[in-house]
Design a protein around this ligand. Structure first.
Ligand code: GLU
Length: 293
């Protein structure tokens, strides 16, 4: 049997903080314990926010933490055509549509609906669902809008996708030591018509993560609890694109002193800042509640 494959997949749009360190070291520990491999993937599809400096900083922080990963590192921005192919496949099956509503138009539509007493649905992250009015646009109208330079995003027609799959989806959620597995029923409808690509970014997090997890033969996705609900979207895309589903473990999040999720702008929990203030690798392990590494 081939060894299990884990991955750590940061976005180089900021420096790493304690939460990233926890996730990276957890992946390393689990890969080592299972005699598995660890891959590093740079999720840099947002080329306007990802920089070579942040990337170099990530390598520096991870090396200092003692992470060992295989080369070459996959950089998503080097592979846009691969994600475009996946999108094209979904487009050719009529599961994706160009969505023209701007953020302002969306907001106005939702305000209007709520004023009329309708409770507008929100996704698991609290974002209002896309109204999807342009799903009904005739093809000729769509083409004219695109040819006229109207900005748009490619959105998955979630209802059509769920109907195409035709059966409930689930994923295997593993316990912290990966020894036990529980089947979690996916609720992709909760997300509505998610964005799969934009005019200026030819893919999205959801699309590229499922394509890459499959291309890199990832068997175990170990990532933060904040991505638990998004796994439902990933399962849908895996089914539609005939990709294998890895097993998942969503780990606890490291929270800041205010009890909130850490953000890349929280300088004092940044690995580089902690290191600069004299923290050792063991201190980082302790601060994240990891067993000594
Ligand atoms: N790039 C994502 C992040 O930094 C992680 C994606 C994943 O692990 O699936 O939050």
């Amino acid at each position: 049997m081939s060894p299990p494959v884990f991955r750590f997949a940061p976005g180089p749009n900021g420096r790493l903080h304690l939460g990233h360190a926890y996730s990276a070291l957890l992946n390393q520990g689990l890969a080592d314990a299972a005699g598995g491999r660890l891959l590093l993937r740079l999720e840099d599809i947002d080329t306007s926010r990802c920089t070579p400096e942040f990337e170099a900083g990530i390598f520096e922080d991870l090396r200092w933490l003692g992470l060992r990963w295989e080369e070459p590192v996959r950089r998503q921005s080097d592979h846009f055509p691969v994600y475009e192919d996946a999108l094209l496949r979904l487009r050719s099956e009529g599961l994706v549509y160009p969505a023209f509503m701007s953020r302002g138009e969306m907001r106005a539509h939702i305000v209007e609906q709520e004023a009329a007493g309708k409770n507008w649905p929100r996704d698991p992250d609290g974002v209002p669902l896309y109204p999807g009015l342009d799903k009904a646009l005739p093809a000729r109208k769509r083409e004219a809008l695109i040819a006229g330079g109207r900005p748009f995003a490619w959105r998955l027609d979630m209802a059509a996708a769920v109907a195409r799959i035709g059966r409930p989806l689930a994923w295997a959620e593993l316990s912290a030591d990966l020894s036990a597995s529980e089947s979690v029923e996916a609720g992709p409808e909760l997300w509505g018509d998610v964005i799969l690509a934009r005019r200026d970014t030819p893919t999205s997090y959801h699309l590229s993560v499922v394509v890459d997890d499959a291309l890199q033969d990832i068997t175990h996705v170990v990532r933060g609890q904040d991505l638990f609900a998004a796994t439902a979207v990933h399962r849908v895309l895996q089914e539609l694109l005939s990709l294998p589903a890895p097993a998942y473990h969503h780990h606890r999040l490291i929270l800041g002193p205010d009890g909130r999720k850490l953000s890349k702008s929280l300088g004092d929990t940044g690995i580089a800042a902690l290191r600069g203030n004299g923290a050792t690798r063991d201190d980082i392990g302790r601060m994240t509640g990891l067993d000594p590494v």
